[in-house]
Each structure stands twice: as structure tokens, then as C-alpha cells.
Write a protein of this length. Sequence first.
Length: 139
Amino acid sequence: MTRKLVWVEQQRFRGWGCAECAWVFNPSGAPTGKSLDEAKRNFELQRDKEFTLHVCADQPRAKNEGTKHEVKQDWEKLYRAAIIEPDRSKVLQRVEVAEGAILERSRSLSSSPANSGKEQEAITRALHILSLLRAKAGD
């Protein structure tokens, strides 16, 4: 059977995964790029590379729909969901949800003694890309 990259929507996870096993795309950071198109292109390249490299035999079998997929929803996942949302009617809602999660995380980082400058930079880039996406969706 040929494996396929598919969109997965479950109660606690929304993103790309393998149709043959429980592998899901979980990038190490927020997509980067100087424009929304470049960030999308970089995201897709990373996703496709990791999908190609994964080995189904090393993963558990695909979970049935009734099984909850325990994946933490953090600001980066919500951000990625917003920038890859194919349905234009849902883009603004996804942008708002992602922005809320990003701002909440930014506040918690600013009050933390172990402030992560690298994550703050990623947050700044993500907010910029979301502002571009918001403007494009409003066209």
C-alpha cells in the first residue's frame, strides 16, 4: 500500500500526517520567510522532506478516529494552521486564534526570569506574517 500525506483533524490535533501510520508533521519551529509566500514554501518543503524521511514501521499504526491524539496545541501549531488554512472563509478566525495564543505566550515569556530571546524573535516574525495574512484575507 502506498503511503500518503493527508490532512488530519482530530479533537486535539489538526495538521499533516501519514495515512498509513501515526506519524504527524511536528516542525521544530515556526515557519520562516520574508513574506507569507516564502514562509508557506519553506513550511511545505520541511513538511515534505520529513514525510519522505519517516519510516512507517518505526511508528505506531494509524489511530482510528475514536482515539484521541494527544498532541499539545501550542502557539506554533495554531500559527501553522493559520498560514496553511486552504479555506479563505476560515483564515481570519485562525489568524485571531493564533494571535491570541501568541500574545498569551509572549506575556508569559516576558514575566519569566528565563526569558527566551530566540522564541521572542520567532513570535515577532509570526505576528508579522499573521498581519500580512490578515491583510491578504481582507482583500
